[in-house]
Design a protein around this ligand. Structure first.
Ligand code: ADP
Length: 478
């Protein structure tokens, strides 16, 4: 575990920021130093060569007109050229048009023929220079011409360029000192930056740890950076949602327990009252047994409804979609419900504006229609009516379930789709139900990417409008 943590330190934001700052500090330095040295060397050689050429050109007329190029003695020129050669720690050669050395500041090659490439080029009128990397000498050759512009010889000046290396050595030692200072500064800045940027993250992580331990706590908004402020805000939104889910789960569990307990309690009371007395008339037995049977039916209905709801709630719950003839399906459902309606004295009318075939899950869609029509019959008065209509356009099909029954109180309309919610509790108890039907209906419609709306007025009746796409499109699960 310890190993893992020390290894993950290299993955930490702080380490990465420190590394970036170090690299930003050091890389430009490492790149710039060699480039500047190269530039310095080539500029120095070029400048020196240009100066030497200009200097050599100055002696052109003096060397040619005095006959010095022809080998005549001129002690003044000898001294001057020697002084120049000495000042460059180099050598000066004077070569005539026959490529013979006429003068040599070293006095060793006089009379010798030199066939150097540069001299041959200069004899054709070009001033040239060449830097010998090995000997560190700059060699400049300049053509000498007479008054008729004929080339009569070449003046060759060699100059020692040792000073470049000396300067470069000095530059490198200064650079080394600078690099030590730079690296130290970069490390200090990197460490500070790493601490500055990673501390708020650690704080956020600590706050999350505290929340994991205590669950209900709110995350303190981290204002170190705008991004962290946004993240902590989002975390708080998530926590609120989780708390709401947790609360609704608790409510759901307590409602389920309560609803499941109610029929059991009734059965217990009925059974106890039969058990308690010795001579219970047979009619009373029958009556109580019918009541117990009703309570068992109620318990079964609650359990079945709960199972339907849980199946739909399961994340990733699948729809078994197929092309269904909606007209036929509704007629089939109504056929099943008509006896109940007739018993209650309610007229059920189905009106279809066009044949509709849609991609739905037949079982879940049957629950939608059954629950809505069952409710319209249940929450109605004798002699009332229920109208069911079916229509469609190119995109959706529409089902309207309308009744002229009891209606829903205004302050209950927003809650009727919630689990176990029953408007007008005392009345509902008489009518019977689980409070789960509309929750199942809403879930099933949502799974089909549809929607349901309700309009109602107490004493006048209710209308449920359902809209579902004709073609089922599976929603992406993120
Ligand atoms: P229940 O099992 O109680 O019928 P539902 O979820 O189907 O549960 O309905 C929730 C509540 O909405 C019902 O208890 C009832 O008060 C109200 N309700 C639903 N449909 C109608 C309707 N057509 N007319 C009047 N009230 C209705």
């Amino acid at each position: 575990m310890k190993n893992k943590i020390s290894f993950s330190a290299f993955h930490s934001l702080g380490f990465k920021i420190a590394l970036i700052i170090l690299l930003i500090g050091i890389i430009p330095f490492l790149v710039c130093v060699p480039i500047s040295l190269r530039a310095y060397k080539s500029v120095s050689i070029h400048t020196d060569a240009t100066n030497l050429m200009a200097q050599a050109a100055q002696y052109n007329s003096q060397i040619v007109t005095s006959g010095y190029i022809l080998g005549e003695e001129n002690s003044e020129l000898d001294t001057e050229l020697k002084a120049i050669a000495d000042s460059y720690n180099g050598r000066i050669l004077l070569v005539n048009s026959a490529l013979k050395v006429v003068k040599d500041s070293y006095s060793v090659d006089i009379g010798k023929t030199v066939i150097w490439e540069n001299i041959i080029h200069s004899m054709q009128g070009d001033s040239l220079y060449f830097y010998d990397e090995e000997t560190k000498y700059l060699i400049v050759s300049v053509p000498l011409s007479n008054s008729d512009s004929e080339i009569v010889g070449t003046l060759v000046i060699n100059k020692s360029m040792d000073y470049i290396d000396q300067n470069i050595d000095a530059f490198i030692s200064y650079s080394l000192i600078a690099s030590v200072i730079l690296v130290s500064l970069s490390i200090i800045i990197a460490v500070f930056a790493a601490i500055h940027f990673s501390r708020p993250m650690t704080k956020l992580s600590d706050s999350l740890d505290a929340i994991i331990r205590e669950y209900s706590n709110e995350l303190p908004v981290n204002k170190s950076f705008l991004e962290l402020e946004l993240i902590s805000g989002k975390f708080n939104e998530v926590f609120k949602k989780l708390q709401a889910i947790d609360q609704s789960r608790q409510e759901f569990v307590s409602n389920v327990s309560h609803e499941l307990k109610t029929p059991l309690t009734s059965m217990k009371v009925l059974a106890d009252s039969l058990n308690g007395s010795d001579d219970v008339p047979i009619e009373m037995y029958r009556e109580f047994m019918v009541d117990i049977g009703d309570e068992i039916d109620r318990e079964t209905k609650i359990i079945n409804d709960l199972l339907s709801l849980v199946r739909m709630d399961k994340s990733g719950a699948q729809l078994n979609v197929s092309a269904v003839n909606i007209n036929e399906l509704i007629e089939h459902i109504l056929k099943r419900l008509k006896p109940i309606a007739e018993k209650a004295g309610i007229e059920v009318v189905f009106e279809s504006f066009r044949p509709v075939v849609a991609e739905v899950d037949e079982v879940k869609f049957t629950l939608v229609v059954t629950n809505l029509v069952e409710n319209a019959i249940k929450y109605n008065d004798e002699g009332g009516w229920v109208h069911i209509s079916l229509n469609s356009d190119h995109q959706f099909f529409y089902i309207k379930v309308e009744d002229n029954g009891l209606g829903i109180p205004e302050d209950s309309v927003d809650y009727i789709f919630e689990r176990f919610y029953r408007a007008d509790k005392s009345h509902s108890r008489e009518i019977g139900g689980t409070g789960l039907g509309l929750a199942i209906t809403k879930s099933a419609i949502a799974m089909h990417n549809g929607e349901v709306k309700v309009r109602s007025k107490v004493g006048e009746g209710s209308t449920f409008d359902v809209r579902i796409p004709l073609n089922y499109i599976e929603k992406e699960v993120h």
